[in-house]
Design a protein around this ligand. Structure first.
Ligand code: ZN
Length: 254
């Protein structure tokens, strides 16, 4: 990788554009880093401090919810509301644009904020769930997320409501297994804003022929990636979209 280290920013952008143009199937994998510019804190970043104060297993686990719903909702509801009020940023918009032009097959995301869809992405697999709805743990009745703001008991059976996000101690949702299938034949995986530390999602790069990484912090995959940016994903992707211009990719449908 010594040669890669000698590349300057412009060279790396050119290389990334070339990798995208030569790829028959490009998929994006996004993590918390793509939403920080929308004002949503990254719990795992060293700066956020949130998980230094509260251990995630204690405040965002299925056990915590069952043991003490009051505390669970007190700690989690505020940041979920922050997610729901946030607006898509340039990274979300660039990925939506790349999909529209046929350069991107779709987005696998670890984020629960729904910002990819709100930016216009059509194909999104939410491997850690989402905040659009919640469900009764007893009778499985589904409710809008707003219902949790009123109370978190099912009016149908009295059971406890839970969000449709993946909590510590939960099994992976169906979207994760779909995402594994989506990776079939993937030639280029764009890892954006994920430090690739949370398994099984962190194993998805193994399913791609090539990997490009755009993340502020180093990741365990940096040494094996074709190109690595420790840079703002908004800036990198805005430049990529600009250079792709009006050209269309293998998934363009007109
Ligand atoms: Zn119920």
């Amino acid at each position: 990788m010594e040669r890669m280290l000698q590349l300057d920013y412009r060279d790396k952008i050119e290389l990334l554009v070339k990798l995208i143009k030569n790829s028959a199937k490009t998929v994006a994998l996004t993590g918390a880093g793509v939403s920080t510019e929308s004002g949503i804190p990254d719990f795992r970043s060293r700066d956020s401090g949130l998980w230094n104060k509260f251990r995630p297993e204690e405040v965002a686990s299925i056990d915590a919810l069952k043991r003490d719903p009051d505390t669970f909702y007190k700690y989690n509801f505020k940041w979920w509301q922050g997610c729901l009020q946030a607006q898509p940023n340039e990274t979300h918009k660039a990925l939506a644009e790349m999909e529209k032009k046929g350069w991107l097959f779709g987005v696998i995301t670890q984020n629960i904020d729904g910002l990819h869809q709100r930016a216009g992405s059509q194909k999104v697999w939410e491997v850690h769930g989402h905040l659009r709805s919640c469900r009764c743990m007893k009778c499985k009745k589904e409710y809008d997320m707003e219902r949790l703001a009123e109370n978190y008991w099912c009016h149908h059976c009295g059971g406890l409501l839970r969000p449709n996000v993946v909590l510590f101690g939960d099994p992976m949702p169906e979207d994760y297994y779909t995402a594994e299938k989506v990776m079939t034949g993937c030639q280029l995986l764009l890892v954006i804003g994920s430090s690739l530390q949370v398994y099984p999602v962190a194993g998805l790069p193994y399913l791609s022929r090539q990997v490009a990484i755009i993340n502020y912090d180093p990741t365990p995959w940096d040494d094996n990636a074709q190109v690595v940016f420790h840079h703002s994903s908004s800036e990198v992707l805005a430049e990529v979209v600009k250079q792709l211009g009006d050209s269309t990719g293998p998934y363009f449908v007109g």
